[in-house]
Ligand binder design. Sequence first.
Ligand code: DOR
Length: 312
Amino acid sequence: MISTATTLAGSNFDNCMMNASGVYCMDSDELLAVENSKAATFVTKSGTLQPRKGNPEPRYFETEFGSINSMGLPNNGVDYYLDFVSQDQINHPGKTYFLSITGFNLAEDLELLQKVTDSDFAGVVELNLSCPNVPGKPQTGYDFETVDAILKAVFDVYHKPLGVKLPPYFDIIHFDQMAEILNKYPLSYVNSINSIGNGLYINDDTETVVIKPKQGFGGIGGEYVKPTALANVHAFYQRLNKDIQIIGTGGIQTGKDIFEHILCGASMVQVGTALMVEGPVIFERLTAELEAIMAEKGYDNIEDFRGKLNYL
Ligand code: DOR
């Protein structure tokens, strides 16, 4: 019997795939659509202290090989997501959900975590350190000292399962340096990657950019980013303590893409751009495709091949 089940952050999941934060997770309708699909669970849109409208539209554009977005963290505010998940976990005992949060500085991160502590939330927190789209706010994950300071302060006060969403890194020395920082803390997981920040897609007929914020610059997702995502997943798999697990995000359109992320070391994968295109029904196709690959290769469960990438 082939199983795509996994274990992450101390919880068991009957499947190893879910939505990526930002896609199908803005409100209760979207979260319930993922909940009622073949996905293992859901992660919410990154909640901020106050609700946000985000950047002016158009702010998301599908391209031939993926997407460009500059949403600017539109969200209903962390209280909304905490209330929703706290209720949903009562309706589904035994299921574990992910709450994404993002503050604009350390004090806000700590205030967000205090709200989580004060709530009935019993799931996993994903701290987003990598949004590329808020004008004037850098991607925290590229400021190594600040990441270290944030994690130190976070784990001084928060002792429940927590992972971080990271931007992509492109240099071996950066994998080394970031892994050294991450290994100091009791992280449940790292999620690699967020979109590749500040790409530019243009329409050469009209000679214009395709999204309005930031004169067209935005985060790139989809097929373009899979090799970068796999590199980040595997680089951290090679470097992190084995009790820090990895969620692989980036470029997943087929079961083959999921197989590759797991081969690189991912214990769970998240789907963004392709979920936006196909909707939550995509998880049926992805599950069937992954199972077919496993059957052909004689694998019964994902631990049979997770992280077992061969080198030449
Ligand atoms: O590409 C992204 N877009 N990554 C994030 O972390 C946030 C999102 C947005 O809202 O702009």
